[in-house]
Design a protein around this ligand. Structure first.
Ligand SMILES: C[S@@+](CC[C@H](N)C(=O)[O-])C[C@H]1O[C@@H](n2cnc3c(N)ncnc32)[C@H](O)[C@@H]1O
Length: 209
């Protein structure tokens, strides 16, 4: 059987996303949820064995949540950290197996501690990096590298058309300063707009600034 990658998301998710974007464009920072095709690429780091602690930052309507849950298939833990309370409420109702917290991702260490964890094995980000100030980007990446296990993986996505814009270049510099390995995926064309993923491994204990 051939699986055709799709950009389609349920109409209710698209409507909720657009509503939240119109209320707070700088926090949501996208007009439509990511596609299932992008979700597949960004969640490829979730292992298919063991009981990993997987953290999702900025889940929105759950485009990546579904893919993480499918990959975990009941193993490990899945924590989602969402700053928008309405998104969080919807997500918790739809995915009872996910520990959803309404919080700023900068407080990731505390969120993990409240759930009895010190570290995350995998962190998947849906955060809108280009919409953040440099200070906020720094704080968020500190929260990521401060909680990821040494052999853990961090993934985040960016839109291909913004790849050479100053905020995107800054993010790339920051990632390379904080991780020994930063690999870029192919472009995922089946997403609106097309996007790519950063795979980051081996967090540096002291950022190479
Ligand atoms: C571009 S949307 C991505 C949503 C979803 N991951 C997707 O790909 O469809 C960004 C999401 O990050 C959330 N967000 C923005 N800043 C945040 C922060 N500091 N902490 C946690 N979530 C945040 C927004 O509310 C929104 O749900």
């Amino acid at each position: 059987m051939t699986h055709v990658a799709t950009t389609a998301q349920p109409a209710a998710d698209r409507a909720a996303f657009l509503r939240e974007f119109l209320q707070d464009p700088f926090t949501v920072a996208a007009v439509t949820p990511s596609s299932a095709a992008l979700a597949d690429v960004v969640t490829a780091t979730v292992p298919n064995t063991g009981a990993p602690v997987v953290v999702e930052l900025g889940p929105g309507t759950g485009a990546f949540t579904a893919a993480i849950q499918r990959r975990l298939a009941g193993r490990g833990r899945h924590l989602a950290v969402e700053i928008n309370a309405r998104f969080a409420e919807r997500l918790a109702a739809r995915y009872p197996g996910v520990d959803v917290t309404v919080a700023d991702a900068r407080g990731l260490r505390d969120v993990l501690a409240r759930h009895g964890h010190r570290h995350a094995d995998v962190i998947v980000s849906g955060l809108p990096w280009a919409a953040f100030t440099p200070d906020r980007q720094d704080d968020l990446l500190d929260a990521v590298t401060g909680t990821l296990t040494p052999d853990g993986a961090f993934t985040t996505f960016a839109y291909t058309h913004t790849r050479w814009a100053p905020p995107a270049r800054r993010l790339r510099r920051l990632l390379r300063a904080r991780f020994e390995e930063v690999v870029l995926s192919r472009t995922v064309w089946a997403n609106v707009p097309p996007a790519f993923v950063y795979y980051c491994r081996r967090p540096r204990t002291t950022p190479n600034r």
